[in-house]
Design a protein around this ligand. Sequence first.
Ligand SMILES: O=C(O)CCC(=O)C(=O)O
Length: 199
Amino acid sequence: MQQLNLFAESTPILPITYYPDFLSQELANSLYQHCLQLEWQQNQIRVAGKTMPVPRLECLYGDKGCDYLYSNSVFLKPLWWTEALSSLRDRITALSGYKFRIVIGNQYRTGQDSIGWHSDTDSSMGYQPAIASVNLGSCRKFQIKPRNGKPTDFWLEHGSLLVMHPGCQSTHLHQLPKTNKVVSTRINLTFRPHTGAGR
Ligand SMILES: O=C(O)CCC(=O)C(=O)O
């Protein structure tokens, strides 16, 4: 499997590994169709005292008791793993050695759906979490940067996997910016650890 380790001399040092062909096209296509049927929600977020719709659809699957709260305003309760999601989780664990207890789905319906600069530092994930992100559907630009540095752009392809290693969330920010190009649906699945109640 092709692997891009971003510790190479020619690239900025980034605490991530990108696997462009993690899934075969056939498996990526069937997983994309499966994910379209997941229980997507339009959540509301509070920013600077205002409540507004999150600019994408979201869902949470995972172990019992692993509730997830982010930005102090969006609360997600996990549905139990589907067969396809748990086997994807196990495949990523076999490749990376990291263990995961939840997966958050983001569905970007158009180029206007996005996620702004942030790091995933919610305390429910524990100290220095490893986060693995699977990309399905439309190819979109993903950016990552050191907290006070310049962004590096990646085009995350259908069937690819991006692993953010422990420490990445403390030192770097990432985002999926809006685009005015006409793009079709993209689904992103982020597999994460969780310190919550047991299985
Ligand atoms: O859609 C993506 O690639 C990024 C998702 C993300 O940053 C997140 O879920 O925290």
